[in-house]
Design a protein around this ligand. Structure first.
Ligand SMILES: CC(C)(COP(=O)(O)OP(=O)(O)OC[C@H]1O[C@@H](n2cnc3c(N)ncnc32)[C@H](O)[C@@H]1OP(=O)(O)O)[C@@H](O)C(=O)NCCC(=O)NCCS
Length: 227
């Protein structure tokens, strides 16, 4: 006897919600690339930024010349790459490098823009940046790191390290280094949607070591977990 409620042909696909990025109407994006499921909140301003899959900015954030990995959670009012004004000139004011805004015959001083562009920021995968944090030019934040609310990050942040304060200093590691190494090798942030769908219940239920024991074996990247 045929199944009385046949499943639609695309039943397997129905578990995935649409993956188009969501951009608030008040956000301003210039020369920015957004990955699948990325979300850009109200009044966020992004200039020359790459935002990886699943990463999101809450309201009021700002980033310039930045590459952001996948699965990053960026709280409200975070500033990534707080650009420098020249401090060695007569004035730090833009009259010296954007005189065109005030005078007709004088043009933008490109050297300031070039210096800023050369100091881009890199944020890894699965980085959580707390409310109102500021990340300074040229900083790299490792995979799995956490930046506390209100921090000013002036130095690179190692993977899986929690930093806080002004200037930001490590307060603790998220995991012991063997566990952190196993998570890094798993590269779960590159898993296909099907694998993530299956893994979520285990993320909720299993302690991290049990999760790794199970998913090291099931990872779609066996070579990565063998690293
Ligand atoms: C950084 C953070 C994750 C650390 O959490 P935690 O590991 O539970 O840390 P604890 O609360 O045990 O604090 C450990 C120490 O760090 C200090 N500390 C914690 N967060 C701090 C911060 N943001 N800035 C400065 N110091 C901080 C604590 O005062 C404590 O210091 P002590 O040992 O001298 O008492 C958390 O405090 C934080 O800032 N979260 C961000 C929250 C947020 O912005 N949410 C927005 C929505 S996404």
């Amino acid at each position: 006897m045929p199944d009385p409620t046949p499943r639609p042909e695309n039943f397997e696909e129905l578990r995935f919600r649409p993956s188009e990025p969501k951009i608030a109407t008040t956000a301003e994006l210039k020369r920015t690339r957004l990955g699948r499921y990325a979300e850009i909140g109200a009044r966020v301003i992004l200039r020359e930024v790459e935002v990886g899959d699943f990463s999101y900015f809450e309201r009021g954030g700002e980033a310039t010349y930045t590459v952001i990995g996948k699965f990053c959670s960026i709280a409200a009012n975070v500033r990534i790459n707080a650009l420098a004004h020249p401090t060695d000139r007569l004035t730090t004011h833009k009259i010296s490098y954007r005189p065109n805004e005030y005078f007709r015959w004088l043009s933008v001083d490109q050297s300031v823009g070039e210096k800023r562009r050369a100091q881009s920021v890199r944020i890894g995968n699965d980085v959580w940046i707390g409310h109102g944090a500021v990340v300074m030019p040229g900083v790299s934040v490792g995979d799995g790191a956490v930046i506390g609310g209100g921090a000013v990050v002036t130095r690179d942040v190692p993977p899986f390290t929690i930093v806080a304060g002004v200037p930001a200093k490590p307060i603790r590691a998220r995991f012991s280094s063997p566990i952190a190494d196993r998570i890094a090798a798993l590269c779960w942030w590159d898993w296909p949607l099907e694998t993530l769908f299956d893994a979520v219940p285990d993320m909720q239920a299993l302690p991290i070591e049990a999760f790794l024991d199970k998913w090291d074996a099931q990872s779609p990247f066996p070579s990565a977990s063998a690293k």
